[in-house]
Design a protein around this ligand. Structure first.
Ligand code: UDP
Ligand code: MG
Length: 327
């Protein structure tokens, strides 16, 4: 077995793929799979369990489910914990369904929602349908910052979703093949989809349960990381292909500001000398140091822009565009 290559057995595509990222969720898995199978009896579907380096018996549980549901269960197991985004990314690489649904493993998301989510993609033509946990069963330390986070994401992205980070979402397969989910970007897949060119993004109110087994895998640092990622995504969306348009402008303004100040001080010195006054040494004037700092920082920003341009010009995705049509 190649230990990094993901494989997808050559079988005809199916209607529906459910991708379940999981990290130490052994108790939930049998119940989750039984529930999914009950909802989808008789359908052509697959569930791709991505074991994100669990240290409990989760992978054994997935292997057991493979025995029990050989036609429907597939699994990937990471050698170590890589994060939910990495797990989703790898699941997305191997899916064969026309519609792809993501769902958390902890039974907080209800498989009963799957048919309606799928219908919205197939019949109403949505590219992305995000679940909206309108009535949440989570502690207040999570629900309050989440409101702020969703508001900020709406402002930055222009996408009107109430609940960006809902684990339960449905996609057209083309969407999950087009977006790169890495780092902790799983919180922003609708934003990444929009940036790639998928514009029909909707939402559906979904049931949400309290966690039945185990504990949450994300601490309070999720909010700090979430906001940093939001800044990144806003930057990439606007300047990812033309970083010089940000750094160049900032750098030039700073440099010119510094240079202007410098020229002013020089002029003042000449004038003072002409007037015969005892002009101070130019380096004794505090504005001189400010001018110098502005010029140096301006130059550095400018150079950062150049380096960023060189990097984006060599990025493998630099000229990949989503097409609407071709005749
Ligand atoms: N998860 C994962 N890798 C991680 C952390 C979490 O695959 O490093 C999975 C986890 O097992 C669950 C889903 O991501 O299926 C959501 O995690 P969790 O329920 O802990 O998040 P919360 O519901 O508290 O936001
Ligand atoms: Mg959860």
């Amino acid at each position: 077995m190649d230990t990094t290559e993901l494989t997808s057995p050559a079988r005809p595509e199916c209607d529906l793929s459910i991708v379940v990222p999981l990290y130490n969720e052994e108790e939930s898995l049998p119940e989750l799979m039984a529930w999914i199978d009950k909802v989808l009896t008789g359908r052509k579907y697959e569930v791709v369990f991505v074991d994100d380096g669990s240290t409990d018996g989760s992978w054994q549980a997935v292997q057991g489910l493979k025995q029990q549901f050989p036609d429907h269960v597939r699994g990937i197991s990471f050698a170590r914990n890589q994060g939910k985004s990495a797990a989703l990314h790898s699941g997305f690489k191997v899916v064969r369904g026309k519609v792809v649904i993501t769902m958390d493993a902890d039974l907080q998301d209800s498989p009963d929602e799957v048919p309606e989510l799928e219908r919205k993609v197939v019949e109403e033509g949505f590219d992305v349908v995000s679940g909206w946990k309108k009535k949440r069963h989570d502690p207040i330390t999570k629900t309050v910052p989440t409101k702020l986070y969703n508001w900020a994401t709406r402002r930055v992205s222009g996408i009107h979703l109430h609940d960006f980070n809902c684990g339960l979402k449905a996609y057209r397969r083309e969407v999950v093949q087009a977006v790169e989910v890495n780092g902790e970007m799983h919180r922003y897949i609708p934003v990444l989809a929009k940036q790639a060119g998928f514009s029909k993004i909707g939402e559906q109110v979904v049931q949400h349960q309290a966690r039945k087994y185990g504990t949450t895998k994300f601490g309070l640092e999720r909010f700090v990381n979430g906001f940093l990622d939001l800044l990144t995504i806003a930057f990439i969306g606007r300047f990812g292909h033309k970083p010089m348009h940000l750094f160049g402008v900032l750098g030039t303004l700073m440099f010119l500001g510094g240079f202007g100040l410098f020229a002013g001080i020089g002029g003042y010195k000449l004038w003072a000398m002409y007037e015969g006054a005892s002009a101070r040494n130019i380096a004794d004037i505090s504005a001189f140091h400010i001018a110098l700092a502005f010029m140096v920082m301006g130059l550095q920003l400018f150079l950062a822009g150049f380096v960023a341009e060189l990097i984006t010009r060599n990025a493998p995705s630099r000229n990949v565009y989503l097409l609407k049509d071709q005749i």
